[in-house]
Design a protein. Structure first.
Length: 287
């Protein structure tokens, strides 16, 4: 029950990132530059405070540069994408992109996915193409490409974090290392004064659903079997879509629903394959 409860909290935290970001950016409560800056800085502050008794463990080092860079690129691309995407659409672009990135990485590492997994990835890709096809319901191309970049960056971040001996310290170093660059982005590119509500939403995203959510997942993952660890990822876009419908008043469309079914079905085949991708088993493949 403890494992189930913690897993549920983490999955809701991942979905919460999309909802909080969209909730802040959609009504222009805060600029994207302000949001990503406050998000990463507040996450770094939260983890630094929690690790204050072990300062040496949370000081970034050279080996952390790939993780720091991928976290920063993910956060930037993710945030700017949500200036033009709905919460559900963004999650459904992010999710298969991460899976495709991990599949490619696994193949390059000599552990290619099975035939069933490849079929699942192909179905998910068809769903993604259907959603992005030109038409009345297609998302803005620039925003969609930005979210795809976020998915690639998160896949790299996942790869960099696999097998970390101390998940908390590794996560803290990544956030602390990324925070100065996020501050620069905020100071250089933010053009308007954020509302208090926007700042609160950014802090909640950074300190709770991002920093604590990522650490919580790293903590619970070793307790889950392979099938459960993969299957729980399917809940992220589902919860995000439900939250976007009820809290953000997003209007569902037939094309989005059809794409969602294809994407989730394809990913289910992928993660349910007997010969699973090796990389996603150690770290989350979706924020």
């Amino acid at each position: 029950m403890q494992t189930f409860g913690l897993t549920a909290l983490v999955i809701f935290a991942f979905a919460g990132n999309s909802l909080l970001t969209r909730l802040a950016l959609a009504p222009a409560e805060i600029s994207a530059a302000h949001f990503v800056g406050i998000r990463l800085i507040s996450g770094a502050v939260m983890l630094a405070l929690l690790g204050v008794r072990r300062p040496r463990e949370i000081v970034p080092r050279g080996a952390d540069i790939p993780g720091i860079a991928s976290l920063l690129v993910y956060a930037l691309a993710f945030t700017f994408a949500y200036t033009g995407l709905g919460a559900a659409t963004g999650a459904l672009i992010l999710f298969p992109t991460v899976q495709l990135t991990l599949a490619l990485t696994a193949t390059l590492q000599g552990t290619p996915p099975s035939g069933r997994a490849r079929t699942g990835l192909l179905i998910a890709l068809v769903g993604l193409v259907l959603m992005l096809a030109p038409g009345a319901t297609a998302p803005p191309p620039a925003a969609a490409l930005s979210m795809a970049l976020a998915g690639i960056a998160w896949g790299v971040y996942t790869f960099q974090g696999r097998g970390a001996a101390n998940p908390f310290a590794r996560t803290a170093r990544n956030f602390i290392g990324a925070a100065p660059f996020a501050l620069f982005v905020m100071l250089a590119f933010a053009s308007s004064t954020p509302s208090m509500r926007g700042v609160v939403l950014a802090i909640a995203s950074g300190a709770i659903t991002s920093a604590l959510g990522y650490v919580g997942w790293y903590a619970v993952l070793p307790r889950l079997n392979v099938a459960t660890a993969g299957a729980t990822q399917l809940l992220v876009p589902v919860i995000t879509a439900a939250g976007g419908l009820f809290w953000l008043r997003e209007t569902p469309s037939f094309a989005l629903a059809a794409a969602a079914i294809l994407i989730l079905s394809g990913v289910w085949l992928t993660i349910g394959s007997p010969k699973r991708l090796s990389l996603p088993l150690n770290r989350p493949s979706a924020p």
